[in-house]
Design a protein around this ligand. Structure first.
Ligand SMILES: [Zn+2]
Ligand SMILES: [Zn+2]
Length: 288
């Protein structure tokens, strides 16, 4: 890949289950050395720093260069890292406010977090260690489907997905000078994703394996059918979209203890029964 071209860095490929090997959902798209972040699950700034130390200099130490952020939906596994994203890079020296684009409710969540950490903000801006008084601020933009952001590097289009009671949930399409990247967010199969993924280079999609599906309770099975996408469903989607590369993230496990951890290979094998294209099950810090 040539320098300055678009890269996707998987900062967190996990789910609500606190797997020490997987941070919560967070993905960086780096274009012309500018980072854009999608979702901020638990551990986001630790993983951003790990990516920096692995050579993704554009992110900056402590994620200090992350200024433009997109949120797929308000579920806690995608947002528990929000105070980390707001405060840690600020404490490391970020001066510019964050711009965060997310569903209705992101403005209230932002206000509540800033209020909850008011003592810290007062202490740091007025105390001996005087931090700047701008870098903790957030411009929260509540989005609807359509083009939600454009600059010289990217055009970002939000499209509605289906995540049952989370009716304000989105996937994102990034058009950059050299690539088209689509992130599914959390969704069961939905036509809008197929429509917005046509011609994409990389489709980053959530999935659960049918093997794990058969190990969970009937109630959990119903939950999955309404909220998420099975390997068999994803194969059908991928056959319609034909991405150059399919990347699986937010992979559901069978649940329970670590002895029941789902293996990537199971998911890949299931996909490959019905899909002949290139497919990878992402791990944290993978770069595509
Ligand atoms: Zn969700
Ligand atoms: Zn989720």
């Amino acid at each position: 890949m040539k320098d300055g071209s678009t890269k996707v860095i998987m900062l967190g490929t996990g789910t609500p289950r606190p797997d020490p090997e997987r941070s919560g959902p967070a993905t960086a798209v780096v274009v012309n050395d500018t980072p854009y972040l999608v979702d901020f699950g638990p551990g986001v700034i630790r993983r951003a720093t790990a990516a920096y130390e692995k050579g993704i200099a554009a992110i900056g130490f402590g994620g200090i260069n992350i200024k433009t952020v997109f949120l797929t939906h308000l579920h806690s596994d995608h947002t528990v890292g929000y105070p980390d994203l707001i405060f840690t890079p600020w404490v490391m020296g970020r001066r510019e406010p964050l711009d965060v684009y997310g569903p209705k409710g992101i403005a209230a969540m932002t206000d509540h977090i800033l209020k909850a950490w008011q003592v810290d903000i007062d202490g740091r801006t007025n105390g001996i260690n005087r931090h700047n008084s701008t870098g903790y601020k957030v411009n929260a933009h509540e989005i609807a489907a359509g083009v939600i952001f454009q600059d010289r590097n990217v055009k970002v289009t939000a499209f509605p997905v289906r995540h049952e009671e989370m009716t304000d949930s989105f996937g994102f399409r990034f058009d950059t000078p050299d690539r088209v990247i689509v992130l599914s967010g959390d969704t069961s199969p939905v036509q809008s994703l197929i429509d917005h993924s046509q011609g994409c280079d990389v489709l980053i999609h959530e999935a659960y394996s049918m093997e794990s599906y058969h190990q969970v309770s009937p109630r959990s099975q119903e939950f999955r059918r309404c909220h998420h996408t099975s390997s068999a469903e994803l194969a059908r989607i991928a056959n319609e979209v034909r991405p150059s590369l399919l990347v699986i993230y937010h992979r559901s496990n069978a649940g329970g203890g670590s002895a029941r951890l789902d293996h990537e290979q199971v998911l890949i094998d299931e996909l490959k029964r019905d899909y002949a294209g290139e497919v990878v099950a992402a791990r944290d810090l993978d770069v595509f």
